[in-house]
Design a protein around this ligand. Structure first.
Ligand code: ZN
Length: 371
């Protein structure tokens, strides 16, 4: 059996990971590794980071169905209708609309791919409780774990606080990632605000996530519990492929956002990614990944393939030559010397070789580790 849960978050509580943790603690049966899935970042009713949760249950329908029915009514229904916390105060605030799903067989994998790459409607089938959260719950159940990382999450008892030295130690363990900003050394594992999460530490294996979680708990203010989730974070599943293009037009907008070819958008907050886009000139070739939204591609990674600028050659007398007309080469306006090529090509030194991504704290949970 497959159980899914989503959209229980609201301003002062209901954090979906903690609600799910408590549900798992209460379950009357054995279960698999809990799964945390991130879905399409632009979903119109997304909650924090758009995480949804699921788990395989080792039981039968007759046992679990009445139990879930009761748990839903007692513990989850009261969370509905509360106003959700958004990181952006200007975004429309939606009340939480929890959803829970139960399937005998995993839903079609296709439903996961649709939900991670675009807007979807409800999945038909299985047992479903509640509202909009049923979408994320079913999509999480449909995930096949083909490209995985792990996240160890601990929830706080009171104050939030993680020891800096322990965090540095965990950051140094082979197999953890995005624990600290590599440049500023600022921690990236703790959310801000009212969320009950003490930290979430990401790793490329279950064992490393588990080890790092235990170290961090020892170096934290009191916690009430922890779990390691298998996730689709850093899978890149939300993006279909890369695009190769040539710069025709570059516009630096008010606020520092860069728009290339009226299509590719690099936000000012995206750090080096924004800087390298500012550096581009017409004629430069690049490869990029990004999410298509409202006729723009929001860039999540870019590498410059070639930057060759052409100009009219400088004559031996020191004057810049001028065109003699279409495909006619160039002539010096001072001494009338002729250059039959007409152009000089010069490669610019690319400031950062390879893929450039937004600053670590501005990256999407789904963003692949390109570096
Ligand atoms: Zn000359």
């Amino acid at each position: 059996m497959w159980l899914g849960l989503d959209d229980t978050d609201y301003l002062d509580g209901g954090c979906t990971t903690l609600v799910f943790h408590e549900l798992l603690n209460a379950l009357p049966c054995k279960y698999g590794t809990p799964r945390l899935t991130r879905l399409w970042p632009f979903a119109s009713r997304r909650t924090r980071g758009n995480a949804s949760l699921s788990v395989e249950l080792f039981t039968d329908e007759d046992t679990i169905l009445p139990w879930l029915e009761e748990y839903w009514n007692e513990k989850l229904v009261p969370l509905a209708g509360k106003v959700s916390n958004s990181e952006h105060s200007n975004r429309k605030q939606y009340p939480s609309d929890p959803g829970m799903t139960l399937f005998a067989q995993q839903p079609d994998e296709d439903y996961y791919w649709k939900a991670v790459r675009g807007e979807v409607t409800f999945y038909q089938g299985g047992y479903q409780w509640g509202g909009i959260g049923r979408i994320g719950a079913a999509a999480s159940c449909a995930w096949r774990e083909h490209s995985t990382t792990w996240e160890g999450i601990a929830w706080r008892k009171g104050e939030r606080g993680v020891d800096k030295d322990v965090l540095a130690q965990v950051d140094g363990i082979e197999g953890t990632f995005l624990c600290r900003d590599p440049r500023t050394k600022r921690g990236l594992i703790s959310p801000r605000g009212n969320c009950p999460i003490m930290f979430g530490v990401r790793a490329t294996s279950f064992d490393v996530a588990s080890h790092a979680t235990n170290l961090l708990i020892d170096g934290s203010k009191p916690t009430i519990g922890s779990r390691v989730f298998v996730t689709n974070q850093a899978s890149g599943d939300h993006i279909e492929g890369t695009e190769i293009d040539t710069v025709l037009d570059k516009e630096v907008m008010p606020g520092g956002h860069v728009l290339i070819n009226k299509k590719y958008l690099a936000f000012s907050e995206s750090g080096e990614l924004n800087k390298i886009c500012q550096w581009l000139l017409p004629g430069d070739r690049f490869e990029c990944i990004g999410l298509s939204y409202e006729n723009k591609i929001h860039l999540e990674g870019l590498q410059i393939l070639d930057s060759t600028q052409k100009s009219r050659p400088i004559c031996s007398c020191g004057t810049r030559m001028k065109s003699m007309g279409r495909s006619q080469g160039a002539r010096c306006p001072a001494c009338k010397a002729v250059n039959t090529e007409g152009w000089e090509f010069k490669k610019r030194k690319i400031p950062i070789q390879g893929w450039v991504q937004p600053a670590p704290d501005k990256r999407r949970h789904l963003a692949k580790l390109l570096l």
